[in-house]
Design a binder for this molecule. Structure first.
Ligand code: NAD
Length: 483
């Protein structure tokens, strides 16, 4: 039943420019979250396969790092074009394995491709500097070198973009990579490999090893002295484990972890603009985004108008199979995700939250949960401290600027915060006081390949995108010299 969508989608490991079965023949199933049917199965990498992938990457390092930056850039630019040409096919594949609505998947493919275009341009900008030592008079010559083999580990919520956000800068910098995609969504990356080959990426420079044995496989690679960078996107819980693993060989970490974004609407905000922003910040990817608005703080003077407009918009969204026309809300990715959303809503309602729309999963197959608005959410409910990762908006009110800043910052996370006000002075003043790596000021979307994406506190270390993202894959070397 999935033949058309799966045409030309490989299901083995991509190592050294060849498709390989896993060394012990293990495979695992990929499930369609809209129907709970098996889509296909893919090879599950073993420790031997992980070593073979690092061998291939390491073997490709010198050649790739030695290519002229412009050549690496041209290959990335070609990769951007090839992906754009195949975008509809890739979007359908993302929807099939992740569940998100096709409109979301199309947006993701465009976003994913842009990382290759941006880093095609950054590949030629690893610019160093020369200065004069203040006392000795020696010259200080600083340049950036590719760091070495990079291990990339990505989540299921953006199967294409979270990978290209790492592959783009790694390749621009001159680093070969071994990527372990999420087990829920391995097909998108496997489908991308022939496209990268067509763009001219040499064998061994990008290796992809799906695995059901993520812990041991990634750990083995992080203990291989040839691996110099680990770039991870996923939960804070797993990120913490990988930081421990990376510590043994002092592998350079880049960590994009969880979020708990506040969405603040001041009394002077343009309410319609805030609603539009809220719909993007909350509902992009059905709320399964690290950037998803998790806590709505609305000034008490405009609360009623905001809650009504948000409820109207949320209740108008069509839920269904993401591949069907007009569907804006697909299923969540798996049963665990669905159970977590149900549990968080039940906890909030039990403690006094009022359901304005949604709040009950439908019967039948598929991991569906409706767009839900909860009002009067009391302090102390679980969903204010944990990522909801579903289509549920939790509204609270506030009275003053200082009060809302304190409440917004009262979290272990610091990825992104959103705020709406027509007063730009207030907007900048509040932005500075918010302890988050990114701020959406009168905007519900901050992701952009040209901007440094990343968080403070337990939301991560390092930045992806922009020039900063390139430097995550480079070592700075300084030569002291006299002439
Ligand atoms: P996850 O942490 O469960 O898994 C992420 C990846 O790590 C997957 O490939 C998984 O197979 C792998 N993994 C799991 N256990 C591992 C282990 N012990 N050792 C090595 N690898 C392991 O996260 P998820 O459920 O796939 O994604 C959702 C999470 O990702 C959310 O917390 C979300 O906020 C976060 N996220 C963050 C960003 C960001 O940029 N900050 C972006 C997207 C998602």
């Amino acid at each position: 039943m999935y033949e058309n969508l799966l045409a030309n989608v490989p299901t083995d490991l991509w190592i050294g420019g060849k498709w390989k079965k896993s060394s012990d023949g293990a495979r695992f199933d990929v499930i369609d979250p809209a129907t709970e049917n098996k889509i296909t199965s893919v090879a599950s990498a073993s420790l031997d396969d992980a070593k073979a992938a690092v061998d291939a990457a390491s073997g490709a390092f010198e050649g790739w790092a030695g290519r002229k930056p412009r050549e690496r850039g041209e290959i990335l630019r070609k990769a951007y074009e090839v992906i754009v040409a195949q975008s509809e096919r890739l979007a359908k594949l993302i929807t099939l394995e992740n569940g998100k609505a096709l409109s979301d998947s199309r947006g993701e493919v465009a976003y994913a491709a842009e990382f290759f275009r941006w880093y095609a341009e950054e590949a030629v900008r690893a610019i160093g500097q020369v200065s004069r030592a203040p006392s000795s008079g020696a010259r200080i010559f600083v340049h950036h070198k590719p760091a070495g083999v990079a291990v990339l580990v990505t989540p299921w919520n953006f199967p294409a973009a979270m990978a290209t956000r790492k592959i783009g800068p790694a390749l621009a910098a001159g680093c070969p990579v071994v990527l372990k995609p999420a087990s829920e969504t391995p097909l998108t990356m496997l489908a991308l490999m022939p496209l990268l080959e067509e763009a001219g990426v040499p064998a061994g420079v990008v290796n992809v090893i799906p695995s059901r044995r993520s812990g041991p496989v990634v750990s083995a690679m992080l203990h291989d002295p040839r691996v110099r960078v680990v770039s991870f996107t996923g939960s804070t819980e797993v990120g913490r484990k990988l930081l421990h693993e990376a510590a043994d060989n002092v592998v350079k970490p880049a960590m994009e972890l969880g979020g708990n974004a506040p969405f603040i609407v001041f009394e002077d905000a343009d309410i319609d603009a805030a609603i539009d922003g809220a719909m993007i910040a909350k509902m992009r990817n059905m709320g399964e985004a690290c950037t998803a608005a998790n806590r709505f703080y609305v000034h008490e003077k405009i609360h009623d108008a905001f809650a009504k407009k948000l409820t109207d918009k949320m209740s108008s969204l069509k839920m269904g199979n993401g591949l069907d026309d007009g569907v804006a809300l697909g299923p969540l990715v798996n049963a665990e995700g669905l159970d977590k959303v149900k549990e968080l809503v039940a906890d909030a309602v039990k403690k006094g939250a009022k359901i304005l729309t949604g709040g009950k999963a439908p019967d039948g197959k598929g991991y569906f949960y409706p767009a839900t608005v909860l009002d009067n959410v009391p302090d102390g409910v679980k969903m204010l401290n944990e990522e909801i990762f579903g289509p549920v908006a939790a509204i609270q009110t506030f009275k003053s600027e200082d009060e809302v800043i304190g409440r917004a910052n009262d979290t272990e996370y610091g990825l992104v915060a959103y705020l709406y006000t027509k007063d730009l002075t207030r907007g900048m003043r509040v932005s500075e006081k918010l302890d988050f790596g990114m701020i959406g000021l009168n905007r519900g979307l901050v992701s952009d390949p040209a901007a440094p994406f990343g968080g403070t506190k337990q939301s991560g270390l390092g930045r992806e995108g922009a020039h900063e993202g390139l430097l995550e894959f480079m070592e700075t070397q300084y030569v002291s010299l006299t002439w």
